[in-house]
Design a protein. Structure first.
Length: 230
């Protein structure tokens, strides 16, 4: 494993639209994320949090500046590199994006399909273990329509973690969860950082979990205005 930080951002700028309709959303952002840490991105709506998250997670093309992810430069990266890197990432979104025709355990199995390294029996064991970790051992064979909003989000969390990603990018992962469930999810991510070096970058408005973060980075109008990193 490389000794480089898992995520390094230098002089990052980003625009939406073209020509006269172009609007800058990210302004000269610099950020280095330490391996195994839980970094929270905060700020008002429209501050650039999710845009920054998706640029770091190779879900948007880097236009100007540098983003290095797991030792690879994303500015100018081709599709093959982006796809290879995504296999080493976990994504959790506010919209859980579950397949309605699949059970909870089948949805989690989808998170392993990109890896293809395990046989079906081991994949199933990993999926069941992930669901047990998020407190859904008794809901494995339920369809999403028969799960609460919070339970659906926990399935999405299990799906993101089942492949043991190097970095987890999470956008409002606790928005649909009650206080206890939200704390459980964030504590799990924090423990993964301590035990196996999993790095988490999380966008949130949830002040309840700030005490669990190793670092809080606040954005306003596309710029970092506060950073609790030492």
């Amino acid at each position: 494993m490389t000794d480089d930080p898992p995520v390094t951002v230098v002089g990052l700028n980003h625009w939406f639209g073209t020509g006269e309709a172009s609007k800058q959303a990210i302004f000269d952002v610099n950020l280095t994320v330490k391996r195994g840490s839980l970094t929270v991105l905060m700020g008002p709506s429209g501050s650039g949090k999710t845009t920054l998250l998706t640029l770091m997670g190779c879900l948007r093309d880097v236009q100007d500046g540098s983003v290095r992810l797991l030792g690879h430069e994303l500015n100018g990266a081709d599709r093959a590199l982006n796809e290879a890197l995504r296999r080493r990432l976990g994504f959790i979104f506010q919209a859980h994006n579950l397949h309605g025709s699949l059970t909870a355990v089948q949805n989690v199995l989808m998170g392993l399909l990109v890896h293809g390294a395990l046989d079906h029996e081991r994949q199933m064991a990993a999926a069941r273990h992930a669901l047990t970790l998020v407190g859904l051992a008794d809901r494995m064979n339920y369809l999403p329509a028969n799960l609460s909003g919070g339970q659906k989000q926990r399935v999405a969390v299990a799906r993101a973690l089942v492949g043991n990603p190097d970095v987890v990018f999470a956008d409002e992962p606790t928005a649909a969860l009650d206080r206890e469930s939200g704390a459980t999810v964030v504590n799990m991510l924090k423990k993964l950082g301590q035990v196996r070096g999993t790095t988490t970058v999380m966008v949130t408005h949830d002040n309840r979990i700030l005490d669990l973060a190793d670092r809080v980075v606040t954005l306003e109008d596309g710029r970092i205005v506060r950073d609790t990193a030492p």
